[in-house]
Ligand binder design. Structure first.
Ligand code: B12
Ligand code: SF4
Length: 451
């Protein structure tokens, strides 16, 4: 079969990210098929680009990856869906081939998106087993569709949702993504590559939809194979200058994270990297190893500065844990950037003020302040109505006080979050996540740009 793999993601804030999920799917699809990647990230007119490529290629199957429903400032929640609907339509106009959609954005509400976008097939969650199975079933005239785990398909007009497989994949056995296929512009302009050391997060934060994508059970890769892949990526794309560890949480389990760091140190790895970390199970030894292995920063989903909100969100840690992580990172020389989500269900303006006071006192290297939005608001804008008042009060509070927190990014208000400013920083030689450059390494120096 001739299979066209389409990466639909066009988000370039805080930086463009390589389509690593789709690369995994391509790598797991047998080589006897002709495989072509179309990446729409940097196309001026993505729909026209897709149409003209499909027109020439005339594929037998079109696989579209949908990464985000949300965007960073959430202003375009519904725009992302409209864009994906247009992509599916453009593919239909240019080709009679069946269309299958997958990816994290699809997986967080796969049933609703099947009905909304109407592709022929959808695959929820990790697709390395289900996708090749779908390809085989299509080669066999549709035989066996019902036994493909987590496949969504149609029986006439009725949506059929196959049960998820009993087990998640053994990721130690997956074929590595081939970076030679990636548009070099990702590396030349943004420099950042993605690496996955495990799948699954064991925690149970109240709002978290990550288990829909990769489950809760931690499935670990051998540290040697992770580092092998990083060296191979560097060889394939020599202009890469930073890795982001795309694990939901890198330091859980901490033993594995330490082993990965030790392997990087043993092999004298020289390129900087960042990761997501959690205040639970965070210790000095991990921070020290990470520093020695080239860690240039950690992003922490701290979420709130109120213990009762953290408890309601079932975070499993307290503000004491956040303080401790900050102290350990500071002592080890690792910049820490904490994400806080304001306006979660049940939160009051007093809670919001308490969180803001907490961040000011904590004074982390950087903070990203997000507003709570539910992915389902993309499908049902009416869900937003009751939340608008609290959101606008929070925005006013942040705007009125923005000069008190010059190191914070507030994407929804465009504060320290702007494509042009980020581009200037990159051009001045700053690598990795942009928040790492919102203050000088000493922590108190002049700002690279003003708010
Ligand atoms: C790491 C990460 C980041 C890093 C990325 C760094 C980097 N250089 O890559 C940072 C912090 C920068 C980031 C930013 C953002 N992120 Co983010 N991120 C993640 C995270 C934790 C892992 C993503 C990843 O790379 N996974 C590894 C790859 C291998 O998995 P995958 O892409 O999901 O692919 C698998 C499946 O989805 C499927 N699949 C993928 N494509 C296809 C295609 C087909 C045809 C099929 C069949 C299957 C399939 O199979 C793949 C292999 O198993 C996820 C949460 C999670 N645990 O998944 C959120 C997540 C992807 N991010 C999300 C979002 C929204 C964003 C932002 C818009 C910010 C925000 N508002 O939260 C930005 C956008 C950035 C951009 N340019 O697109 C959402 C997307 C879904 C949604 N709700 O909209 C997620 C799911 C988190 C969430 N809040 O729900 N992110
Ligand atoms: S720590 Fe992160 S990935 Fe794990 S459950 Fe909580 S929000 Fe989800």
């Amino acid at each position: 079969m001739k299979i066209v793999f389409v990466s639909g993601n066009r988000e370039t804030l805080p930086g463009a990210v390589i389509p690593i999920g789709l690369l995994y799917i391509m790598a797991s699809t047998p080589d006897r098929h002709e495989k072509v990647l179309i990446d729409l990230c940097f196309e001026e007119d993505p729909r026209a680009a897709l149409r003209s490529r499909l027109d020439v290629l005339q594929p037998d199957l079109i696989a579209i990856s949908m990464r985000n429903i949300q965007n960073n400032d959430y202003a375009g929640l519904s725009d992302n869906l409209a864009y994906y609907a247009e992509l599916v339509d453009s593919a239909r106009v240019a080709s009679a081939a069946p269309i299958v959609v997958g990816g994290s954005g699809f997986s967080v509400m796969s049933r609703e998106l099947m009905e909304h976008l109407e592709p022929d097939f959808g695959i929820s969650g990790e697709g390395e087993k289900a996708f090749p199975e779908l390809v085989s079933a299509l080669e066999n005239g549709g035989l066996g569709l019902n036994s493909i785990g987590a496949l969504l398909h149609w029986n006439n007009d009725a949506l059929v949702v196959n049960p998820s497989p009993a087990d998640f994949l053994n990721i130690a056995q997956l074929a590595s993504p081939d970076r030679a296929l990636v548009n070099p512009y990702y590396y030349e302009e943004y420099g950042v590559d993605s690496i996955q050391t495990k799948r699954g997060c064991p925690l149970r934060c109240d709002y978290c939809n990550y288990p829909l994508i990769e489950g809760r059970k931690g499935r670990l890769r051998a540290p040697e194979s992770v580092v092998d892949e990083m060296f191979a990526a560097l060889e394939a794309q020599p202009s890469l200058n930073h890795f982001f560890v795309v694990d939901s949480v890198f330091n859980l389990p901490i033993r594995h994270a330490k082993q990965v760091c030790r392997e990087l140190i043993r092999r004298d790895w020289q390129i900087s990297w960042s990761c997501h970390s959690n205040p639970l199970n965070f210790d000095e030894e991990f921070a020290q190893l990470a520093y020695e292995a080239g860690c240039a920063g950690m992003e922490i989903g701290s979420d709130s500065g109120c213990d009762h909100t953290l408890e309601r969100l079932k975070k499993g840690f307290t503000v004491g844990h956040i303080h401790r992580l900050h102290e350990i990172c500071t002592a080890a020389g690792i910049p820490d950037c904490h994400t806080f989500i304001l306006g979660t269900e049940g939160e009051t303006m007093d809670d919001v003020r308490q969180t803001i006071d907490f961040i000011v006192k904590l004074d982390p290297y950087s903070a990203i302040i997000m507003m709570w939005f539910d992915d389902y608001e993309a499908l049902d804008p009416e869900l937003r109505q009751p939340r608008m008042k609290l959101r606008s009060e929070i925005e006013t509070l942040l705007l009125n006080n923005k000069n008190d927190f010059p190191h914070w990014s507030i994407p929804g208000l465009g504060i320290n979050f702007d494509e042009d400013q980020f581009r200037r920083l990159r051009r001045s030689g700053r690598h990795g996540p942009i928040w790492q450059h919102l203050r000088s390494p000493t922590g108190r120096g002049p700002q690279p740009f003003t708010v």
